[in-house]
Design a protein around this ligand. Structure first.
Ligand SMILES: [Zn+2]
Length: 252
């Protein structure tokens, strides 16, 4: 069950320039062809307005969110586990200045942490998705805390980051999860409203994206099309609906 998030963000849906436009800071490849054209988009991605300071509760249990209450015309791209490590995905994120958030599981991402260091260097947010991808609901406090705090320590050691967002594996959690997450320094638990596999599917009855929706793009080595291809396909859907991509870490 998804609890309502008590979050307030301000701002308007105006755009402040575009990413990947010719000659822009985002297009550093020296190519005469704009980045958005090279990646198969019909138009540049508008840059979202800078959100006002997030207002997560300073203490207590973290809220569980699958969307951010905002009037900005943004949705959020999140990637789980860290199985797929395609260098072209790093190119995509860099060239389009795409503000993605990666929820990493140590046992999956760990052997390829260099890939995620490169993603972080081009602006990706790195957040917590446990050490071993255990289904947490029903596990004792100590086990849940070990999974969450253990990954906090790994990500801090590897990247110097202190994640404040957590996604429970399979989206399954209980009250103990929230307590353990809070004790590990987590400020919000992030689920999703839509999933992009071969096509976009929604967890609710809706058939279209709405401002503030969190989208999960599962990363598996076997899934075809690739993460990069699915992301481009998803960006086209986002643009068709008059939306752009915001950085989740800035809104929460
Ligand atoms: Zn996962």
């Amino acid at each position: 069950m998804v609890l309502a998030a008590l979050l307030l963000t301000a701002g308007c849906a105006s755009t402040q320039g575009v990413r990947g436009a010719p000659g822009s800071a985002s297009d550093r490849t020296g190519s005469a062809v704009p980045a958005y054209v090279r990646w198969g988009l019909a138009a540049p991605l508008p840059s979202p307005p800078k959100p006002s300071r997030p207002t997560l509760p300073a203490r207590g249990l973290p809220p569980v969110v699958d969307r951010v209450p905002t009037r900005d015309k943004v949705v959020f791209l999140t990637y789980d586990d860290g199985a797929e490590k395609d260098p072209r995905f790093v190119d995509l994120v860099r060239e389009l200045r795409l503000p993605v958030t990666m929820f990493l599981t140590d046992s999956v991402a760990g052997p390829g942490y260099g890939h995620f260091a490169r993603l972080r260097a081009v602006g990706a947010g790195l957040q917590n998705h446990t050490l071993d991808h255990a289904a947490l609901r029903g596990l004792p406090y100590a086990g849940q805390r070990a999974e969450i705090c253990g990954q906090q320590r790994k990500l801090h050691t590897r990247f110097g980051v202190r994640p404040h967002l957590f996604r429970p594996p399979y989206g399954t959690y209980d009250a103990t999860t929230l307590r353990a997450a809070a004790d590990c320094g987590i400020r919000a638990v992030v689920l999703w409203r839509a999933t992009m596999t071969t096509d976009l599917s929604f967890t609710t009855g809706t058939r279209s994206l709405r401002p503030g929706d969190v989208i999960a793009v599962p990363a598996t080595e076997t899934l075809s099309p690739t993460l990069k291809e699915r992301t481009v396909r998803l960006l086209r859907r986002i643009q068709e609906q008059g939306l752009t991509v915001g950085k989740l870490d800035d809104y929460l």
